[in-house]
Each structure stands twice: as structure tokens, then as C-alpha cells.
Design a binder for this molecule. Structure first.
Ligand code: FE2
Ligand code: FE2
Ligand code: FE2
Length: 426
């Protein structure tokens, strides 16, 4: 064959050589059958991580579950799209293509009785098995004719590999922790739990809820309150996980949108922790990050009531003078660039969330006004339900000493009575 200099330019857009692209891969039908399986496994993994997040006590595992459940949702979304592109009719995507998959995953998760066993089941059993399927699939398909599938699976595989690497390091760490062997509730429980480094789970007085926008408090103290509030935002994933799990017959968009929101809320909590770490604050031990929000809603409200409550709270964050803009400006006024950066994005995410909430409720014929109205009643009844748990912890004042230690000066709140901290807030 005659060679021209142009012939040296990587052929086929650089995807493969002519020889590699001459391989016969899976047929469209076979491809669809396999993708349906992956789709279902990804979806089950997502649901399993969501279902375990609230009852999982270890903070770092909650963070990872929040990320990984969203990555699974992204994979599910891409696979659904790809399946729908490969000729009609689109098979049902909301039922299992093979009961064997469910039985296998039920076994893997069912045997995980402790945090360590759960991490091993997900990252050392389920992920490697799925990654092996993806590698085999990528090695078999024709890289040119099935490039759209290849792109999706390569990206999903990279996510799984990062998850496995995280899981391996987590398992190493857990091997040295006796308490990781303590059995969490064997069935997914939506009673929120925190690990032994935390305290005051049932100390429901959380002054940051009122300090951040209280009159006469300087910006540095209000900003510190915001950082505490951000860190407490883990209670939103802990709440969302319950309605995402208990509402079983929703369209895929419901799970996809709330999955993204769950990850955002966990990231907001992590942003708070990053800012506190940057100040050298031992936030896990010093701040009583109570579990009241998820506790009262998960155990004392219906799933759709929890959704309405979340929506109403996010709506309440939108006014410029008291909501997310005000929070961002508080961080700026305090001269805390990192906090301002975090609140800039927290604000953007929360705007997205209020749209997600509105869409989800609209699909069920619930208007924004109705949701806001009903949320008031849900707030009141679930707030009252907290009385059953108050005895579990001392309702201790902690803000004054915390401010003194964190900021090096007295709190401007002083001994003033903040009043009962019964806020309509996350
Ligand atoms: Fe939030
Ligand atoms: Fe947030
Ligand atoms: Fe939110």
C-alpha cells in the first residue's frame, strides 16, 4: 500500500487502529442485554448506599456513600440514555432484568452487619465484580461502532476504580478500630447515628441557627455560626436518604435529582468541616452536631411530608436579605475568603435544590404554596416529637466556650437568652 504523510495522522479520530476497529464486537441486541444488567446493578448499588447512609455511624463513610450513590446515579442515567438509543422499543428500565442480580446483591449486603463488613461488601466485592464486567465489555466491543457505550463504561470504570482505592484505604483504617466491629442495626434504619468521636446528638440547642443572622453580633461570630451550620448539613442527607428509600414507585428523575441533591448537601457539610479544619478546630469533638432534623422527620413524618418540608426550607433560603445571599455576604464581611468561596457555591446549589423540590412535588400535583403551607404543620408536629429524645443528652450551652476557643474572644451573645431555638431550618 502506498503511504502518504497524511496517512501518519492517527486514523479513526485516534480511537483505534484500522485493525482494531475491524474486530466484531457485541451485536446491538447483546449489548442492550448487558447494559440492562449493568444499569440494574448500578441502580441497586445506588439504592443500597442511600439506604445505609443514615444508620451508618462513621462520618467518613457517610461522606463516601453520599458521593458514590451519586456516581451510580450518573452511571444509571448515562446507561438509560444509551439503552434508549439502541433501537426501539426501549425495554422496561424500572424492573429487574434478572432476579439473580437482586438475589446476589441481597446476599452481599445482607451479610454486612458492621461498618467494616459493609465497606468490604461494597468496595471489595460488588465494585470489583462490576469493574471486571466493564473491563471485559470494553475489551470485547468494537471501539468504533460502539464508541458511545465505550465512553460511558470507561468513565464508570474510572469511578469504580477510585471507589475501590478509597475502600481499600478505609478497610485498612477500619482494621485498626475495634468499634468498627460493633454491629449497626442489621436492617437499614433511618434513626440517624454518629460515631463515637461525636457527642451531643440529642442536645437540640444549636445556637448557630439563630446567631448567624442575629442583630448586634459581629460578622466573625456570625460567620463561625455559618460554618457550624454548614457542617450540620449532614443531617439533610440523613433525612433525604429515608424518603429516597421509602418512596419506591417514583419515576427515575425523582431518584436522579434527589441523588444529586443528597450529594450536594453532604458536600456542604464537608465544606463546613474543611473551613473548621483550616482554623484548627477539632469540630468532630467540639461541636455537638445534633441529629434532630433527620430524627424528627424520618421517624415522625411521612415521606412526602419530608419532601415538602425540605422544599419549604429551601424556599425560605431564597430571599436576598435573610437567605443564601445574606450568608455569602456575612462570610465576605467577616473577611473569610474560604467561607465566602464555600457560601458562593452553597448558594448556587441551594437554588438548584429549590428547583428540584418544586419539580418533584409538581409531578405529584402539589403546588409550591400547598407544600409551604403543609410544611408548617409538619414542622410543628415533628418538633414536638423531639421531646421524646431530649432526655438522652444534657441540653448543654456550648456556644460561649466554643466561640472563646475558636475566635479568641468572648461571644457577643453573652448570657442573653436566645429564646427557644425552634427554627424552620435544616
Ligand atoms: Fe442544604
Ligand atoms: Fe447548603
Ligand atoms: Fe439544599
Amino acid at each position: 500500500m502506498q503511504r502518504h504523510p497524511y496517512d501518519l495522522i492517527p486514523e479513526l479520530a485516534g480511537l483505534a487502529t484500522y485493525a482494531d476497529a475491524a474486530r466484531i464486537g457485541y451485536s446491538v441486541d447483546e449489548n442492550v442485554q448487558r447494559l440492562l444488567r449493568y444499569h440494574w446493578i448500578e441502580r441497586r448499588l445506588m439504592a443500597s448506599l442511600v439506604a445505609r447512609l443514615t444508620g451508618e455511624p462513621i462520618w467518613e463513610l457517610k461522606c463516601a456513600f453520599a458521593l458514590h450513590q451519586w456516581l451510580h446515579a450518573e452511571h444509571v442515567d448515562a446507561l438509560r440514555e444509551r439503552i434508549s438509543e439502541m433501537r426501539n422499543p426501549v425495554p422496561s428500565l424500572d424492573t429487574s432484568p434478572d432476579p439473580g442480580i437482586d438475589a446476589l446483591l441481597d446476599d452481599v449486603f445482607g451479610e454486612a452487619r458492621t461498618s467494616r463488613e459493609l465497606v468490604a461488601a461494597v468496595y471489595d466485592v460488588a465494585y470489583p465484580a462490576l469493574a471486571a464486567d466493564y473491563r471485559e465489555h470494553l475489551a470485547t466491543i468494537n471501539p468504533l461502532v460502539d464508541h458511545p457505550t465505550r465512553r460511558i463504561l470507561r468513565s464508570a470504570l474510572a469511578d469504580l476504580e477510585e471507589g475501590m482505592a478509597w475502600g481499600a484505604r478505609a478497610l485498612d483504617a477500619l482494621a485498626g478500630a475495634v468499634s468498627a466491629e460493633r454491629a449497626p442495626s442489621p436492617s437499614p434504619s433511618f434513626h440517624p447515628r454518629r460515631d463515637e468521636r461525636f457527642h451531643g446528638l440529642y442536645n437540640f440547642d444549636f445556637p448557630p441557627h439563630v446567631v448567624y443572622n442575629a442583630h448586634g453580633i459581629p460578622a466573625d461570630e456570625r460567620n463561625l455560626a455559618l460554618l457550624c451550620k454548614r457542617t450540620l448539613e449532614m443531617d439533610v442527607p440523613e433525612m433525604m436518604a429515608s424518603f429516597m428509600t421509602e418512596r419506591v414507585d417514583q419515576p427515575w428523575e425523582f431518584y436522579r435529582d434527589y441523588s444529586r441533591q443528597l450529594w450536594d448537601e453532604a458536600r456542604h457539610a464537608m465544606m463546613g468541616s474543611v473551613a473548621l479544619e483550616a482554623r484548627g478546630i477539632d469540630w468532630k469533638r467540639e461541636i455537638p452536631l445534633n441529629v434532630s432534623f433527620a430524627l424528627r422527620l424520618n421517624l415522625h413524618a411521612k415521606p412526602v411530608e419530608r419532601q415538602m418540608m425540605l422544599f419549604a426550607i429551601e424556599q425560605s433560603l431564597m430571599p436576598a436579605d435573610t437567605g443564601k445571599r445574606f450568608e455569602y455576604e456575612t462570610a465576605r464581611a467577616a473577611g473569610d475568603e474560604l467561607s465566602a468561596h464555600f457560601h458562593d457555591y452553597d448558594w448556587a446549589d441551594e437554588v438548584l435544590h429549590s428547583q428540584i423540590g418544586r419539580r418533584a412535588l409538581k409531578r405529584e400535583g402539589i403546588t409550591s404554596e400547598e407544600a409551604r403551607g403543609r410544611a408548617v404543620g409538619v414542622h410543628e408536629k415533628t418538633w414536638a416529637a423531639l421531646d421524646r429524645y431530649r432526655h438522652l443528652d444534657a441540653q448543654q450551652a456550648w456556644w460561649g466556650p466554643f466561640v472563646r476557643k475558636a475566635l479568641g474572644h468572648e461571644s457577643a451573645v453573652g448570657d442573653a437568652d436566645l429564646g427557644p431555638i425552634n427554627i424552620f431550618s435544616e
